[in-house]
Design a binder for this molecule. Structure first.
Ligand code: KG4
Ligand code: ZN
Length: 334
């Protein structure tokens, strides 16, 4: 079984050819540069960039893998959640290839693919708590098994990655803001600014980050953007984010244990899991609790088509093609 997978939910255009033995024949991730000058993703520009690049990287992937379109058994594409224009471009392209080659089309959920990404490297132990940290989502799940994933809490406003990007913009740093803030924070003192931690004492598993962003905005208005200010604020911001995440993970583990669920592993996935500081803080907080801390491989942390191909290979593929499946910005995990 050979899968050709496409990921276009946001600003990465990515394709991957993978077989059922996990062998990756080609994996191309093209990060769109056009958004840098706008300090965030512009949906219309993302759609145009996907259109421009998708055909080229499809041909490059086939060439690199020495495969023909007729060798592919299944065409898979992200159908949500994400930006509707980009989702329509990737999924329609994959459906067209499937029709042309008379093969199956399989719709894939982007969030489910992030959650399953560590299992590509056999990193799985259940019951699991999964903290999903991306540019568009901040969610906490009880993963009972690969096929039984239950949402427990989510952000009520901004996602963590989005907050990193917005704070970076306020500090006049480049997009994407996460890696920039992480770098600046290395030279800062995390105890200088006492930032708010919304919902931290609430008895629920939801998150809120917009107040944190507003607090940073007030500080930016009152200070010069000196190297020291940027470094200290970046460090204090990261410290605050890690505290919020740790508190919510603790609450989740406690709530599950009250229901006699003893959590065996904690996985942290999505683009923000590239942040070493946050991952180290989470590891320090939970490593002595008999909980295995799991992350996807580096190349599967930010958006990529390998996780889409891998998710597809884990499915019981229906005998009929899902050509009428509609891409949806708010697609939920079934
Ligand atoms: O999972 P992802 O690639 O795309 C979405 O599904 O949204 O996540 C992108 C997000 C961006 O907001 C980016 O700033 C953030 O991940 N990110 C980071 C780091 N690297 C990427 N945030 C914090 N620290 C990082 N090192
Ligand atoms: Zn993503």
């Amino acid at each position: 079984m050979l899968v050709f997978a496409i990921e276009t939910s946001c600003d990465e255009t990515s394709v991957c050819i993978m077989d059922k033995n996990k062998h990756i024949y080609s994996h191309i991730v093209f990060t769109q540069e056009t958004h840098k000058k706008h300090g965030g993703v512009v949906p219309e520009l993302a759609s145009r960039a996907h259109l421009e690049i998708l055909q080229n990287i499809t041909l490059s992937a086939l060439k690199e893998s020495r495969k023909k379109i007729s060798d592919i058994d299944v065409f898979a594409a992200t159908c949500g959640p994400g930006l509707i224009g980009p989702l329509l471009i990737g999924s329609t392209f994959a459906k067209s290839l499937a029709i042309g080659a008379n093969k199956k089309f399989v719709p894939i959920n982007h969030i489910e693919s992030h959650i399953l990404s560590p299992t590509y490297n056999n990193l799985e132990e259940y019951p699991q708590v999964c903290l999903l940290l991306t540019g568009g989502h901040t969610e906490i799940y009880h993963v009972k098994s690969k096929k039984n994933i239950v949402l427990l809490g989510e952000t009520l406003d901004d996602a963590v990655g989005e907050t990193f990007d917005k704070v970076a913009k306020l500090l006049c740093l480049r997009y994407p803001g996460g890696p920039e803030i992480e770098k600046k924070a290395l030279g800062g003192n995390e105890t200088v600014y006492d930032l708010p931690m919304p919902l931290i004492n609430e008895d629920n598993l939801d998150f809120s980050f917009s107040g944190l962003k507003t607090a940073v905005n007030h500080l930016v208005k009152k200070n010069n953007l000196s190297t020291k200010f940027i470094a200290d604020l970046s460090a204090s911001f990261q410290f605050c984010v890690s505290k919020i995440l740790i508190k919510k993970i603790e609450k989740t583990i406690k709530k599950l244990s009250d229901k006699s669920v003893i959590v065996k592993s904690l996985s942290v996935v999505g683009g923000v899991s590239n942040n070493k500081y946050i991952c180290d803080k989470i590891k320090d907080a939970f490593q002595n609790q008999n909980i295995n801390i799991i992350h996807p491989a580096k190349e599967m942390r930010s958006d990529n088509a390998a996780m889409i191909a891998w998710n597809c290979l884990n499915k019981n593929i229906k005998s009929s093609s899902d050509l009428y499946f509609k891409a949806s910005p708010r697609l939920s995990i079934k």
